[in-house]
Write a protein that binds this ligand. Sequence first.
Ligand SMILES: [Zn+2]
Ligand SMILES: [Zn+2]
Ligand SMILES: [Zn+2]
Length: 305
Amino acid sequence: MSLSERAVKVTLLGIAQDGGRPQPGCFRSCCAAAYDDPSLVRHPVSLGLVGADHSTHLFEASRDLAWQFGCWSRHDPAESPLSSLWITHAHQGHVDGLGLFGAEAIAAKGLPLHCSASFARLLTKNASWAQMIREGVLAPRPFLKGKPIMPYADSGFSITPIKVPHRAELSDMHAFLISGPKANLLFLPDHDYWQETLAAVGCDEIRDWLGELEVDIALLDGTFWSSDELSLRQQEEVPHPTVEETMARLGSRRDGDPRVIFIHLNHTNPLHDSESEAAKAVVSMGWEIGVEGMVFDLSSTPQSS
Ligand SMILES: [Zn+2]
Ligand SMILES: [Zn+2]
Ligand SMILES: [Zn+2]
């Protein structure tokens, strides 16, 4: 039986940095209430993509997969079992749920795992991941940077990995450009410095880069609001462009600009509170803060700003 063609949609399944919210071990004011109030819990970044052919594609393998599959089916129900998995890089939060695809939980069979060659090498060095490959649970499919991939002829979208500089102790990092029938979405959850990222892609300005890629929706690294969120030394160890810097580079949203939505929020980030001055500043400049369960229809022409 062939299913009729449907809209290509992406669901945002997590907006937190790798540690989640509450972050294990943090009992300060940023996390204390989230231990008792489930509505304050946030999950590591993840996306669910359903193609025109009803195929289903998950981005990142966080430890909160059960919640994330539930969120996905509530907001964009799809009957098919998971068709493929895409991993940006090897940091916790992006990979700590990989083991859940094994016999103990999901028991996947030959799940295509799209990742860089560097991440594919790491898979073989990790005893439990290597075993999952030997047992045929995961089937690594290394991609080439800049080369679009169409999982199936009728999927209605392509995915282009874009290499960006990010702490590479374990593997390199690729953002993903998802190009749908009418709209394109960029997923850039982690990178170190705008200067390095823009140099790597050969652009001077964020706006030029997003324009060149014809991005309509940009899910951007919003880990930290400002440069004094953690102690100086701690924050230098985990560089991310701050939301303040990204907004200073962009200025206010202009006619024809894509939607910019900040994701990958650290537990300390005031953007978790929509009433904070920081959150109000983002919204007043025309930009957005990610909400778990947001759905982006890539088969519809985006409304202009
Ligand atoms: Zn991360
Ligand atoms: Zn906290
Ligand atoms: Zn990272």
